[in-house]
Design a protein around this ligand. Sequence first.
Ligand code: SF4
Ligand code: SF4
Length: 381
Amino acid sequence: MNITMLKKLSYDEVAKCNKCGFCLPSCPIYLVEKKESAAPRGRNAITRAIIEGRLELSPETEKSIFSCLGCGACKQVCLSSVETKELIFRDRKCQVSQGLYPKIADRVAAFIEEEHNITDDDNEERGEWQELIRGLPDRAFEKSHAEVVFFVGCVASFFPMAQKIPVNMSRIMQRAEVDFSILGGEEWCCGFPLIGAGMPDKMHGLKEHNLNKVKEVGAKAVVFTCPSCYHTWKHLYEANDIKLYHSSQFIHQLIKDERIRFNEKKMTVTYHDPCDLGRNSGVYEEPRYVLQAIPGLTLIELPHNRQLSMCCGGGGNVEMVNPELSAKVAQMKIDEIKSTGAEMVVSACQQCLRTIATRARKQKIDLVVKDLTELVADAMQ
Ligand code: SF4
Ligand code: SF4
C-alpha cells in the first residue's frame, strides 16, 4: 500500500472526522497515554496529514499507528461513524510497505509461514491439549469425518493458560453428543495476527488450506472458541455453505435444544464482551443467555458493556508490540471488574482470559477469571 492508494481508499472516510473529540473518553489507549497521537482523533489527523503530504511516515507515526487495539470503541460513539480502526489498519499496511513497523511482526509472520502457527511450535503438537483429558485415547478428537469442526486457534492450542478452553469445549460437545472433530496438525493459523500486523497479503494460502481441510472432514459447521478466528472466517473466508458459530452461539443452541442441562450455581458474575466477538462481530446476547441459563447465577453488568465495552488490552497486536501499554489497559479493565463486586469475571475469548488473568497475577490481585466454556462445563449436569 503506497500513499496514493491510501489516499484513494481512505481520504473520504478520514475527512468525515470533524475533530469533535467525542471518541477520546472511549479509547483505552488515550485514557492511559493521555496524548493526542494516541487518540482516535489524533490518529485520524495523522492519516489525513500523511494523505495530504503534510506529514511523512516516520518512527513517530509508527508508534501512533501500531498502538491501536483495533477495539472499535471509537466508532461506537462517533456521530460521523468514522471507521477509525479500518483507517489505522490501512495505515499499518502503508507503514509496512515503507519498512516502518515493529520488527517483532516479522518473527510472527515467519513462524506462521514456516510452522503455520504464531508460537513456532511444531504444528503437529496442536492437538496436544487432548492429553489433559484423563482417559481420552490418543488424538481421539482428530477424526476423518464429522458434522462439526472445532477450530481451536493458535493461542488455545499452544498457551498452557488457555488450553483449558478446548478441553472444556470438547467436554461440552461430548456431553451434548455432538459429532465433532478437530483438525490437529492440519489446522493452520487463521491469519488474523497478520491483519493486525499490516501484512494481510501474507495470509495467502492459510484460508484455502483451512477451508479445504474442513471440506475434507465433510463438516457443515465450524465452531470457534476464539472470537478473532471466528471474525476472520466470517469476514474474510469464503465459507459459503459452511455455518460458522462462536462457542457462545453454539452452546446457546445446545441449551435451547435441551442437549445440556445445568446444576444450580449460586454466584455473582460479570461478563466482559471481547471486542472481536461483540463490537467487531455483533455477538452480544448469546453469552449472556448462556450465563442466565445457569440456575442460581446472577449476572452483574460492567459499567461499560456490549457496544461500549472497554478492551482488555489484548487486541491489535499491542500486547506483542508494547506489553507495558497492554498491561496498563488490562489494569483499567480489572479496576472496572472489581467495581461490580462480582465473584468472578467471565469472558468468551482466550486472549481476554490471558490478558486479564496475567495482569491480576502479576499485581497479586485476587480475581477469578474464567472462559464461558469453563463455567458451562463446571455447571453441566
Ligand atoms: S473520530 Fe468521530 S468522535 Fe472522534 S474526533 Fe473524529 S468525528 Fe469526533
Ligand atoms: S480502535 Fe480502540 S484503541 Fe484504536 S483508536 Fe479506536 S478506541 Fe482507540
